[in-house]
Design a protein around this ligand. Sequence first.
Ligand code: ZN
Length: 283
Amino acid sequence: MSLICVSVAVVALLVACSGTVQKKRMITVSILPQKFMLEKIVGDKFEISCMLNEGNNPEAYEPSMSHLMNIEHSAAYFCIGYIGFEYAIVGKAHVNNPNLKIYNNSKGVEVMRGTHFSPEGQHDEPDPHLWTSVVNAIAISRNMLDAVVELDPDNAKLYAENFNRFKAELEALDARIRSKLAGREGSAFLVWHPSLSYFARDYGLRQVSLEYEGKEVPIDKLKQNIDMARESKAHVLFVQREFDSRQAEAIGEELGVKMVKINPMSYDWEAELENIADAIASN
Ligand SMILES: [Zn+2]
């Protein structure tokens, strides 16, 4: 009798163990728009951990201990491409997790240069805000598809179907934004931090960034900055929580433009891009 009990206990233990073995594999991504895109492709087949939370500034971010632990337990790390902290993680990740696969989701995406200041003050570094473009998002998602097929070939067909559905959704979003912005080609919008270079490129708009080399505008440059903003004839100034500056508000008031809070780092990425288009199209 006791032998049977032991056998039952052993079987129960084995079932419990096989349960943990089948725990979902994890993929770590850098930013929430990546999480949104990756979920569209993998559904619930992987657990997805994201490094940056809403409101984190990607250019000043230092990964927390729990995020680093997630990378250690991940099957793969998907970086978006050119954010400073990613270089540090990619350089060190293999030390603690030799099996970690690293994929650059922006592989093959045409980067813009000269539109963004790096914290070191170099002007020709790749503009890291690649995800503020629906065109880029299609390429990013395709890179994600290739990576997940490599990580989990058994579900390749499902992932390809999901990707095709998402691609159609992105093409529809792009078409909606194009129709909202029709006839606005060449017009300018103001933004505090230059996070919309790719959006501007896609739709033939002109992004005028107000911050000065990633910081507040020095007093002696302020007039020049305000004149430049006036000359652009822009009617909207976009501000982002993660690059918050009280000076942005003061300049916006001085110019008499409409100030719009945006969050292209959000999980709700599609709605954010559409809101940006709506604000530009709104006068
Ligand atoms: Zn930036």
